[in-house]
Every structure is written in C-alpha cells, then in structure tokens.
Ligand binder design. Structure first.
Ligand code: NAD
Ligand code: UGA
Length: 459
C-alpha cells in the first residue's frame, strides 16, 4: 500500500490531501502540521477553513484512509511520497525583503524529511516557490540524509481557487508535474501520475521539466492578476468617458482569443497569493538583470493599489469630501465570496483608508469572525468598545441602519437579494452605495433614491 504524507494542513494541504484520500481509497494519507490548533480543528466538527464541500469529503475519509496529526516525524518516515504544502510568504526582512519568497518553512520541512527518512522518498513541491527551488531542496536533502537514502524532487504546483477548491481538485483543468530528465526522475513522475490517474483524465496531466513546472505556477498567477489589473485600468477610463466596464468586458469576453474569465472589474484583487507571487517573480527578474520584465509585472500590483485607493477617494469625495464621524456600512470582508479567508483582502486597505478619514465603520461578513477582522485592522477589541470607530455586526440590516453610506467589498450572494427599500428607509439621507464588486442593479437602487457608485460606470 502506498503511503502519502502531506506536510502543511492549510488551505492547500488540507483540501488537496482530503481529495486524494477520497479518490484513492487504497492509499493512506496522513496530513501533518506543526500547528496543534490547526490539527485539532481538522480532527473536530469545526474545520479550520471554510470551503464548500470540504466538510463532506473530510467526514467521508477521516478515520479511514485520512488522518491529521502533529506527529510530523512519524508520518514522514513512513511515507513513500511526501507533498509539501507549507506557506511561502513574502520575506519581511533581510535580502529581498518585501519581494522574495521566504522559504524558511520549506527549508525546515526539507531538513525534517532528510533527518527522519530511512527509505527512498519522492518529495513533491505543492507550495508555490521561486523557479529553481527544487535545486536548493535537493541539496538540503542529499547533504543531510542517512547513507543510501535517495530522494526525487517533483514540482506539482496547485491551481485551486479558494471558494471552489473541492470542485477544482475533483475536476482540474490540468495537473502539472515537473521532474528531472533522467530515468529516476521519469520514474518518479510516473509514480505521482499514477495517483492522479485515479480520477484525472490522462490528457489533463501535463509533464515538464522541473523549472518549467515551477515557473508555470508563477506565470499562471501573474497572468490571472494581470487580466484583473487590465480590466480595472479600463474601469477608470470608463468612468471618465461614459463607457461601461461591464459592457466592455462582455464585448472582450466574446473574442475567443480573449475568453470570458477574470474580466470582472472590482475594488482590486486580494488573496494570499497574487501579490506575493508577482513580487516573487519581480525579484527573480531583477536578480537576473531583467529590469524591464520586472517593471512590467510590478505595474500589475501598482494598478491594484491604485484601484483600492481610487475607491476610498471616491467614497470620501462623493460624501462631500469628508466621512469624519459618519457611519459607513462595510458589507463583506473576505477577499472573495465563499471563503472566510481575509489574507490581503482589499477590505483591509479600504477600511484603513476610511478610518484614516475618521469614518465610523460597521462591518458585516457572513463568514469572517470579529476577532479576525479586528486583527486585520490592527485593532484590539478594547478600541472598538471605547472609541466605537469600528463595530462588527451580525447582519447587513444592522450594519446599514443609520448609515450614511454602504461599501460592498465582497460579492457574497446574500448582498444581491437584500431588501434595499428597507435598507434605504433606515439610512441617513442622502444614502450612498459604493458597489466595489458590481453585483447590484444600479438602476433599481437609483429608483429607490440611493446615490450609487459602481466600478467602471459614470456616476
Ligand atoms: P497556509 O498558511 O494556509 O498553510 C500552510 C501550513 O503549513 C500552516 O498550517 C503551517 O503551520 C504549516 N507549516 C509550516 N511549516 C511547517 C513545517 N515545517 N512542518 C509542518 N507544517 C508546517 O498556506 P496555504 O494557503 O495552504 O498555501 C500553501 C502554499 O500553497 C503556498 O506556497 C501558496 O502560495 C500555495 N498555494 C496556495 C493557494 C491558496 O488558494 N491558498 C493555491 C495554490 C497554491
Ligand atoms: C488564485 C488563482 O485563481 C488560482 O488559480 C491559484 O491557484 C491561487 O490564486 C493561488 O495560487 O493561490 P484565489 O486567490 O483563491 O485563486 O481566488 P481567485 O478567484 O483567483 O480571486 C483572487 C482575487 O481576484 C479575489 O479578490 C477576486 O475577487 C479577484 N477577482 C477575480 C477580480 O477582482 N476579478 C475577477 O475577474 C476575478
């Protein structure tokens, strides 16, 4: 029986390993993490992350061929294949600070693998890493391992999106596996391919060399983010020319050379990966003397920052150039719908911008906890009770009561179907709506009496 160990029980490691266990009942999958609280949550009824369909998959496999444990050493030493899905954040200090990927967690996982392995292993990079990381990992493994133990490194980047992770894993567009060119590398590729063969059609499994697989992941995220910044840049032009961005993106989407996805203008992209992976790409380009290429990708982030600050400026300038002391309802805090993840959510920058102008915020998100929102805004709960500049509330009607304005920052479905007449009746007048996700019917809201700003549409 093949044994798999997944190191890192986060947004990628948890769902990915659970789906492998679901699709391969003959394989034993152990997911390990250094965080005791995360592992105990995976073993409880309240999983550490919210992801549609995840609970069902975990319940089906946990205790059969899927287990979650903090006994990292034991499960690494027993495994044939080790998937490493640890976090690879942007470095916060030292060489490359603010751009380069911080591989501390990866390196410590690799050292642990080298220390405890008594038999040959395949080590799979699932985390997103700089191109040529496998070379460094190989060095760590070979220089620290017991005599005679051999390792093959594969790059198998993950392309799931949060909110649709289970569907993305069950029906992936493609699975990418990169390995070394020689016979041992090719054999390792076939072994990993053999796992995906349980449920992924053969023509969706792409094999490449290690460096192409590593770089493809960075390129993938850079291309996706670049599309969002491109349509967001267009949205600014729409607002001053009378064009409507939804009409422009619809027209673009019908060009089969462009296609329909990732053309929704928004308050800006968020999430743990787009910014970090582009910064990582920029750093790699700069380190290789490719300054023009680095500057090209940097611009994607600059436009994203511009879009977020443009939104804040629009709110303040529309509300007579000040929001000081005014109650603003913030609907949605997660970086996208169907997740409780707030990493790099545009809501953080928008809320901080509004707080900078002394607004009083009333924030509601169906899945994000009060504790998380306060942490993201660098506020203690004492600050909310004494200063009352930020209140976290339990529903959209409470958030909007007596508010001067509403900012929609996440596209949760429930915000589309609120009773906006009731919302309007309970607000201060004039009542403003700033739709950062373009999910509302502007004409209907204007009929009710709202002053509406949506992205990429003239006021
Ligand atoms: P995460 O922070 O949710 O999870 C990482 C986990 O690894 C944490 O629970 C941490 O405690 C654990 N960990 C760190 N060092 C460890 C060690 N030495 N031993 C055992 N456990 C250790 O991160 P994530 O969002 O799952 O992302 C993981 C990687 O996958 C990143 O490289 C990211 O870029 C990439 N990725 C993320 C997504 C996504 O949607 N979140 C999608 C594709 C790829
Ligand atoms: C993204 C990629 O889509 C995945 O392929 C990749 O695996 C993952 O990053 C990763 O490496 O972490 P994710 O960040 O989970 O997935 O979610 P997306 O659906 O890509 O959304 C990212 C951000 O862009 C969100 O804030 C979303 O609201 C925004 N977005 C997305 C737009 O503003 N407009 C769009 O048209 C699409």
């Amino acid at each position: 029986m093949v044994k798999i160990c997944g190191i890192g029980a986060g947004y990628v490691g948890g769902p990915t390993m659970a789906v492998i266990a679901l699709k391969c009942p003959s394989i034993e999958v152990a997911v390990v993490d250094i965080s005791h609280s995360r592992i105990s949550a995976w073993n409880s009824d309240k999983l550490p992350i919210y992801e549609p369909g995840l609970e069902e998959v975990v319940k089906q496999c946990r205790g059969k061929n899927l287990l979650f444990s903090t006994d990292v050493e034991k499960h690494i030493s027993e495994a044939d294949i080790i998937f490493v899905s640890v976090n690879t954040p942007t470095k916060s200090g030292g060489l490359g600070a603010g751009k380069a990927a911080d591989l501390t967690y990866w390196e410590s996982a690799a050292r642990m693998v080298a220390d405890v392995s008594k038999s040959n292993k395949i080590v799979v990079e699932k985390s997103t890493v700089p191109v040529r990381t496998a070379e460094a990992i190989e060095k760590i493994l070979t220089h620290n391992s017991s005599k005679g133990v051999k390792f093959q490194i594969l790059s198998n980047p993950e392309f799931l999106s949060e909110g649709t992770a289970i569907q993305d894993l069950i029906k992936p567009d493609r699975v990418l596996i990169g390995g070394r060119d020689g016979p041992e590398g090719q054999e390792a590729i076939l072994k990993l391919k053999g796992i995906y063969d349980h449920w992924v059609p053969e023509d969706r499994i792409i094999t490449t060399n290690l460096w192409s697989a590593e770089l493809s992941k960075l390129a993938d995220n850079a291309f996706l983010a670049q599309r969002i910044s491109s349509i967001n840049a267009m949205s600014a032009l729409c607002e001053v020319t009378g064009a409507e961005v939804s009409q422009v993106s619809h027209a673009l989407s019908k060009n089969t050379k462009i296609g329909p996805k990732f053309l929704n203008a928004s308050v800006g992209f968020g999430g743990s990966c787009f910014q970090k992976d582009i910064l990582n790409l920029v750093y790699i380009c700069e380190s290789n003397g490719l300054i023009e290429v680095a500057n090209y990708w940097k611009q994607v982030i600059k436009v994203n920052d511009y879009q977020k600050s443009r939104f804040v400026n629009r709110v303040v300038s529309s509300m007579f150039n000040t929001v000081s002391g005014k109650k603003i309802a913030v609907l949605g805090f997660a970086f996208k719908k169907d997740t409780s993840d707030t990493r790099k959510t545009p809501a953080i920058d928008v809320c901080k911008g509004l707080l900078g102008d002394n607004a009083c915020l009333s924030i509601y998100d169906p899945k994000v906890s009060e504790e998380q929102i306060l942490k993201d805004l660098s506020l203690s709960s004492a600050a909310t009770t004494t200063v009352k500049q930020v209140n976290i509330v339990r529903d959209a009607y409470e958030a909007t009561k007596d508010a001067h304005g509403i900012c929609i920052l996440t596209e949760w479905d429930e915000f589309k179907t609120l009773d906006y007449q009731k919302v309007f009746d309970n607000m201060q007048k004039p009542a403003f709506v700033f739709d950062g996700r373009n999910i509302l019917n502007v004409d209907k809201l204007r009929e009710i009496g709202f002053i509406v700003y949506s992205i990429g549409r003239p006021l």
